[in-house]
Design a protein around this ligand. Sequence first.
Ligand code: FAD
Length: 403
Amino acid sequence: MKRPKIALIGGGAAILSAAYHLSSDFEVTIYEKGKRLGRKFLVAGKGGFNLSNELDGADLVEKYAPKDQMQPFLLAFGSDDTREWLKKIGIPTFVGSSGRIFPEKGLKPAAVLKAILDALEKKGVIIKTNHEFIGWSADESLLFTVDNEQVKIKADTAVFSLGGGSWSKTGANDKWLKIFSDAGVETVPFQPSNCGLNVNWEESFRTSHQGSPLKNISISFAGKTFKGEALITTYGLEGNIIYPLSAMWRAHHLEKGNTVYIDFKPNNTHEELLAKLGPEAAPKKYKSRLNLSKPVLELVKWSLSKEDYINSHRFIAQIKHFPLSIESMRNVEEAISTTGGIPFRALSPTLELHSKPANYIIGEMVNWDAPTGGFLLQGCFSMGYIVAKELNKKHEGLLRADI
Ligand SMILES: Cc1cc2nc3c(=O)[nH]c(=O)nc-3n(C[C@H](O)[C@H](O)[C@H](O)COP(=O)(O)OP(=O)(O)OC[C@H]3O[C@@H](n4cnc5c(N)ncnc54)[C@H](O)[C@@H]3O)c2cc1C
């Protein structure tokens, strides 16, 4: 029997997982428009490479939206499976104190990518760079631009992972949305996720405090509270609690309003803070007795009338429940990830397009969301695995039918 041809289109995290997990019974070719594979994968490695997260099973699923649709992929290939896979190809990992999974110390992102590519080479996966997918021909062949020429490629099955809309220098952009919608596939516009938030700071505050951290704070919005650190930037706020907050804000600000509430002292109650101030605390003691940073003191002072500022009860109430109006989210280009793309309703449970059978969609192309901390790559790896498993199963079924 002739080896069925599988075209994997887009050289990102999800495709690398699919390529690895596909049976060697297939002739597998990765087509990537750029000169190299895994450019966003390498960017992800720059600020602490979270390959996955120690959460597994139901706890892992909890981190994703929509949960129901992501669940089968994450349960079939979870964080333990990712670690096992990476270990097999020579990339041992460890769990950091935050629960994030990193490659063993000393292993740079480029080494992780190289180990995956070496494993693919051993499996006989063909890699064709400089191939930009531009659509389908009338006979459902895949059309690419290669050195300004149009090339037609016939494959038995195509798996796409052309990425989300952010960080266009890594190759991901929104061009494919039009290609797919022109071909009759439902698409949803990209929106930023895991991104900074715009705040209309006073000019003097912006200049004095950009780059200052707001440590040990919590921010609440729409019934959720995020505890950790944020960073004051020229445009607003960034940082590890701002990313998950951005997703909540995107989902609920139209109904709940733009204001988020900061607790600058989440580890102390109102009464404890009052006790720290002492019975006759003058405002000039606020900073030292409550251990407040300069930007926090400034923010709170500006937000209160003089009368309220000198009243320690009202001052503390403002420290514990500081309203901050968010103007908007940062744009898609800057976001760590995006939502939008192809909705699950356009896909079968194993991610095949209803409107174009034998074409599968994985990774950030699909409309799902997860916070940072290793969950994005894990989602991509799990989707790559599930499609590979499905195609392996279909092929085995055909072989058995042949006997
Ligand atoms: C700054 C940053 C830090 C991050 N850090 C982490 C982290 O620590 N942990 C984590 O879990 N996640 C992290 N992420 C997110 C993670 O990198 C992505 O979710 C993941 O790489 C998405 O993989 P993908 O396969 O969906 O798409 P991508 O990796 O974006 O791959 C898509 C590929 O398709 C190619 N392509 C696009 N159009 C075409 C076309 N028409 N024809 C052919 N090829 C095409 C692109 O060139 C690209 O190579 C980070 C992201 C960013 C931006």
